[in-house]
Design a protein around this ligand. Structure first.
Ligand code: C2E
Ligand code: MN
Ligand code: MN
Length: 403
């Protein structure tokens, strides 16, 4: 099958421009041998390349391109199959945009195409090419520095419950993980994550319960969150708790129970954020909304968790707007390298900004992901890069510092 890859990248500062020609000529010999064709545009700073050829070969060459240290900030824009080559004649032509007038560059490139049927403005690859030529997308090219520009330094220590105050008769425990704003060095909230008595995952914990009992266990467990938070000296920090949406609907007086436990532990509702995932909400939106109104009337705020992973997404958002949205880890992971993920994050940010909804990126593991997201306009993060969840404790944060 004929495979197509399209990417853009930045030339490294220390590479003299005349070396580019040489580099391309050498790569071309290889491309011709293995049947890879395409076009390479260069504007003096950025590369934009279309590779076409047999699937496995394109993958292999693209992998090699990806680890080449002569360029950086490589973003994959498109990976697709095509019925025929667009640039079948040339091995891989280097097209230096500085030698062409902007107005005829596109025509000059289209003149090189070999695919005769309906290859015009309808073709996504050609549209990408045109956008690059017209430099319409440059606002979204972030020059993110290398990951080793930063040190992640921990300056305070973790706070953990002394073992004698861990209640071992209970059927659950909680781990806490901060959500934070790295540049202002502020923790915006601690998320409580349920664990089994032996430290097992939420999945393991809930597996012990049948359908209906899950909801009761979910609500009941939050008593422990508030008491541990108080014992850990949470002070005026905020606490995020996870709830299945149906726990609020199916457990009688769930909201009243939560409010009573918050008060009993010397906390206030304004400190508490309830995180729900979208999956279950859609079936019973009205009943769920009624419970949410009670939470919000009391001062508790609401976050939509794992946004983008389920199927309700945007239609849910049209009916129901939370205070915060947490973008799912699936979208965050390697966002600095993926054109589609970047487009989705930009759209979520724009949408949330119109609705005055705060955006949190979750599952951030790499410095590059964090820097890209900061450049895109996100300021709140959660992930192993900054702190892992700590059982019965508030973990110390690894704050980024310029080396
Ligand atoms: P979540 O609410 O999206 O919580 C974040 C999960 O991602 C946590 O997993 C956390 O440990 C993990 N995580 C955080 N940063 C990173 C990272 O950088 N990389 C990776 N790979 N993972 C990261 P955990 O604790 O296993 O929780 C899984 C899910 O279980 C939670 O996802 C939440 O939906 C659910 N859950 C946790 N506690 C409760 C609870 O009390 N009630 C209910 N109903 N669900 C809960
Ligand atoms: Mn959560
Ligand atoms: Mn989540």
């Amino acid at each position: 099958m004929l495979s197509t890859v399209l990417y853009r990248s930045h030339l490294h500062n220390h590479i003299p421009i005349n070396r580019v020609q040489e580099m391309v000529a050498r790569a071309n010999e290889r491309n011709q041998l293995c049947g890879v064709t395409g076009i390479l545009l260069f504007d003096g700073l950025h590369f934009f390349q279309l590779l076409e050829g047999p699937d496995t070969v394109v993958k292999e060459i693209f992998h090699r391109i990806g680890i080449d240290s002569r360029h950086h900030n490589l973003v994959t824009l498109m990976q697709d199959v095509a019925p025929a080559r667009r640039f079948g004649n040339v091995g891989m032509e280097l097209f230096d945009l500085r030698e062409h007038d902007k107005a005829d560059a596109l025509q000059a490139i289209l003149d090189k195409t070999t695919y005769r049927y309906s290859l015009t403005y309808k073709d996504r690859a050609i549209q990408f090419l045109r956008t690059f030529l017209e430099a319409r997308d440059r606002d979204h090219y972030f020059e993110i520095p290398a990951a080793n520009t930063w040190d992640f330094a921990t300056d305070e220590t973790s706070a953990t419950l002394p073992s004698h105050s861990v209640d071992t008769t209970l059927d659950c425990q909680f781990a806490f993980q901060p959500i934070l704003d790295p540049f202002s060095r502020r923790i915006t909230s601690y998320e409580a994550l349920i664990r089994t008595p032996t430290g097992g995952s939420p999945e393991e914990y809930f597996a012990a319960y049948d359908d209906e009992a899950i909801y009761h266990a979910d609500i009941q467990s939050k008593r422990l969150v508030f008491s541990v938070a108080q014992a850990l000296g949470i002070g005026e920090q905020r606490i995020s708790i996870n709830l299945l949406p149906m726990s609020l609907v199916k457990v009688p007086n769930a909201v009243e129970f939560l409010l009573a436990e918050i008060a009993a532990n010397g906390l206030i509702p304004q400190q508490v954020i309830v995180e729900v995932t979208e999956n279950e909400i859609i079936s019973r939106t009205d009943e769920f909304s009624a419970q949410v109104r009670k939470l919000k009337a009391a001062g508790i705020s609401l976050a939509l968790d794992d946004f983008g992973s389920g199927f309700a997404g945007l239609s849910l958002l049209s009916k129901f707007q939370p205070d915060k949205i947490k973008i799912d880890r699936e979208i965050i992971s390697d966002v600095h390298k993926s054109g589609p993920k970047q487009a989705i994050v930009h759209a979520i940010i724009k949408c949330c900004s119109s609705l005055e909804i705060a955006v949190i990126a979750e599952g951030v593991e790499k410095a590059e992901e964090w820097m890209w997201l900061e450049a895109a306009g996100i300021s709140q993060f959660q992930g192993y890069l900054f702190a892992r969840p700590l059982l019965n404790g508030l973990p110390a944060v690894a704050w980024p510092e310029i080396k």
